[in-house]
Write a protein that binds this ligand. Structure first.
Ligand code: MF3
Ligand code: CO
Length: 280
């Protein structure tokens, strides 16, 4: 018997507060993405993100987390996650992952996006990098859509895995060393949310379960290393990686993406899911 960590189930009011934290985070990520242009540093992007949190009265949750020294993670190219913002200057063609979060009234949000600087059409970005990011983004939405009706947490990873495996063209790998997680009064809670098929069905899904769903895909092998800074995770073979993440609530009335202003409606409706805000 595997000891199970207790899962925190949220009330309607708590999920509504998490959505407030999610909306601030959404705006901060919009500003960070807009700031992430060639010639700026990843520290500049961090500062833009941090300012939106400050103006909204939200507390950063990454800063100081096990000593983490910044407000966002900014991971470039072969850096998968947990890259520390600094003096690195962004270049045309870079693949930047911006991962951030915040706390409002004690409740956490966590979300990440990938930005490909430049465009394949204009010849300034690699079309395979754009494809990597787009498939990762869509895989995240498949996982979120599965969460809307799933009985067990493992159905999320199965949906992500099936979608990624079915893509024509160069195969993409799903990272296994890092996974999604429960979120609520802490950024990282039980349960783990795998991004791939597993024979363990995982915990049963109950109303009030809130998860950060965050597939990480790579163009090469699945092996990763931690850099000297003890934070930055890179692919061992140097292949480029993408990450997309949303915090999502399952409640008595349905599913709501806490880190999207429309609860995910635009992306989920084509997948047959109509999001419902907590309390409706
Ligand atoms: N969103 C990140 C994750 O879920 C959290 C990064 S924690 C930090 O893995 F300390 F690195 F910021
Ligand atoms: Co996360």
């Amino acid at each position: 018997m595997i000891p199970r960590r207790k899962i925190e189930l949220k009330t309607t009011a708590q999920m509504q507060t998490m959505h407030r934290a999610g909306l601030v985070l959404h705006r901060a990520l919009d500003a960070a993405v807009a700031a992430a242009v060639p010639g700026t540093t990843t520290a500049d992007v961090d500062a833009v993100f941090a300012e939106v949190l400050r103006d909204a009265g939200a507390t950063p949750n990454f800063l100081g987390y096990y000593g983490y020294p910044a407000t966002i993670c900014a991971s470039v190219n072969e850096e998968v996650v947990h890259g520390i913002p600094g003096e690195r200057v962004l270049q045309v063609g870079d693949v930047l992952k911006i991962d951030g979060g915040c706390i409002i009234d004690g409740w956490h949000s966590d979300s990440a996006r990938t930005v490909v600087l430049g465009s394949a059409e204009a010849g300034t970005a690699d079309p395979e990098d754009e494809r990597l990011s787009e498939i990762t983004r869509q895989a995240m939405w498949r996982g979120i859509a599965a969460f809307a009706t799933a009985k067990y947490v493992s159905e999320i990873g199965a949906a992500i895995d099936d979608f990624v495996s079915a893509q024509p063209g160069a195969p993409l790998g799903i990272l296994q060393d890092y996974v999604g997680h429960g979120i609520g009064t802490a950024m990282h809670q039980a349960p783990d949310v795998l991004n791939y098929r597993s024979r363990h069905r995982g915990p049963k899904i109950m109303p009030g379960l809130c998860l950060a769903i965050e597939p990480m895909l790579v163009r090469g092998g699945l092996a990763t290393d931690v850099l000297e800074d003890d934070w930055t995770i890179v692919t061992r073979d140097g292949a480029r990686a993408s990450q997309w993440e949303h915090s999502v609530a399952r409640h008595a009335g349905g599913l709501w993406v806490l880190t999207a202003p429309d609860g995910g409606a635009v992306e989920l409706e084509p997948l047959g899911v109509a999001p419902v805000p907590p309390g409706e």
